[in-house]
Design a protein around this ligand. Structure first.
Ligand code: ADP
Length: 244
């Protein structure tokens, strides 16, 4: 479904990712953890080419982009449309309602008929528990509700894979659970997901594989039970001790 090979990313002289290999099978959830600055967000942003990798390749559902060669903007757009991204800050349009935020992409990008987009948008907002908030503006919604609109908005584009970049880290603690619950439901429905998070409970509960990154490399990977109870790598151990 999704694979990356020998992915490198530098910002100027700073090598932020140094040769990452990763495969995510259909319907699986990979959780990426690691200390701040280890390259987690950059890795996620390279998966949908919000950052252009310096070297290596990204494949999603049969389409491969090889960054050792020149890659066209059109190919990048095609690949990006297979992904849905949920950001740390929700990035909703402030002057649009929840429903208008959700249907914006389908109408402008996919050219879906407005009434059809609305019907689907309402269904998606119901799915994330906001059926009674479709006409609310972002300022009328809590952070957790806004983030759930963000998830519905990403789902509206029918992505093959959902990418979550620390989706709960900007939320007050009491609002984290409602967002994680929606993500867990998505996982249970078989959505393929890559999630960068510090929520270790979510990782233990939902991840098929946990990847521990440090200094631009994957230093340990495995089933959550294995990584959390018996980390082999010294850096993984230190990190887990710090956050527990
Ligand atoms: P993490 O998500 O694990 O905290 P990031 O991927 O955000 O790590 O960042 C990894 C490193 O790349 C950091 O040293 C960060 O300062 C650097 N970095 C990230 N984005 C940029 C950028 N656009 N320009 C320059 N350096 C960047």
């Amino acid at each position: 479904m999704l694979s990356i090979q020998q992915l490198h990313k530098s910002f100027g002289d700073l090598e932020v990712l140094n040769g990452i290999d990763l495969k995510v099978e259909q319907g699986k959830v990979v959780v990426v953890v690691g200390p701040s600055g280890s390259g987690k967000t950059t890795l996620l942003r390279c998966l949908n080419i919000l950052e252009t990798p310096t070297k290596g390749s990204v494949s999603i559902e049969g389409q491969t982009l090889d960054f050792d060669q020149k890659v066209s903007k059109k190919d990048i757009r095609t690949l990006r449309r297979k992904t849905g991204m949920v950001f740390q800050t929700y990035n909703l349009f402030p002057h649009k309602t929840a429903l208008e935020n959700v249907i914006e992409g389908p109408i402008t990008v996919q050219k879906v008929d407005k009434s059809e987009a609305k019907e689907k948008g309402i269904h998606l907002l119901e799915k994330v528990g906001l059926g009674d908030k479709v006409d609310y503006y972002p300022f009328q919604l809590s952070g957790g509700q806004q983030q759930r609109v963000g998830i519905a908005r990403a789902l509206a584009m029918d992505p093959e894979v959902m990418l979550f970049d620390e989706p709960t880290s900007a939320l007050d603690p009491e609002l984290v659970g409602e967002v994680l619950r929606v993500m867990k439901e998505l996982a249970q429905e078989g959505m393929t997901m890559v999630v960068v998070t510090h929520e270790m409970g979510f990782a233990k509960d939902v991840a098929d594989e946990v990847i521990f990154m440090d200094n631009g490399s994957i230093v340990e990977r495995g089933k959550p039970g294995h990584i959390f109870s018996n980390p082999k790598n010294e850096r993984t151990r230190k990190f887990l001790n710090l956050i527990n």
